[in-house]
Design a protein around this ligand. Sequence first.
Ligand SMILES: [Zn+2]
Length: 229
Amino acid sequence: MKIYTDPRLLAAGIVGGTLSRHNGNMCDTDAQTPVYKELDIPPQHILHLHQTHSTHILTINTPLQAQQIADTPVQDADGWLFTLSGWGGAILTADCVPLFLWDSNGGPFSLTHCGWRGVAAKLPFQAAVALKKAGAETICAWLGPHIQSCCFEVQADVAEQFPSSCHRPKNGKIFIDLTAEIIRQLTQAGISETDIKAPYYCTCGDKENFFSWRRDHIRQNLLSFMYKL
Ligand SMILES: [Zn+2]
């Protein structure tokens, strides 16, 4: 299994990361089951949601709440916030940013699906603030593989929804640096820049390892998940 992750996650008691396309198309939750089994995670304790490019984050504080989410049809939301262990959440991406946030002291953790709409609507900032309110003291951040500014060309109507600090003009075209904008929002929420890691993997530019909606226009998704031991 090829999994992109950050060693600081496991140090905080969290199993998680983003899988490469070599593990297959993860649109179907059944396709995810072998992954969790291989990692000794109970598949029924990974929760799923229906992503709508919103800023809605589902917060899970108790095993009862977690079980209720597990037992009902998936809800519309674009992120998770867990304050308990023994449970976790999944999201799916194909160019959007899987944003991992967690308390370095083993407290709450959050996983959000940040497409350009979510980033423009300040979902990264909101996720960080919510995590703080949930009790996180020192927040670590890791941005999983996503479309980078080399490939993320947009038209003026999209560009104007972002501050000029993340515009990357090239040959008369406008490209947006989602990574830079997310880091800006996270630092605005009080996270230290040294606690934010954003390795340069471009889903659109690296066909060998990633699915990309922009490149292929096929509904194939990479799995990202977080589970607290
Ligand atoms: Zn690229």
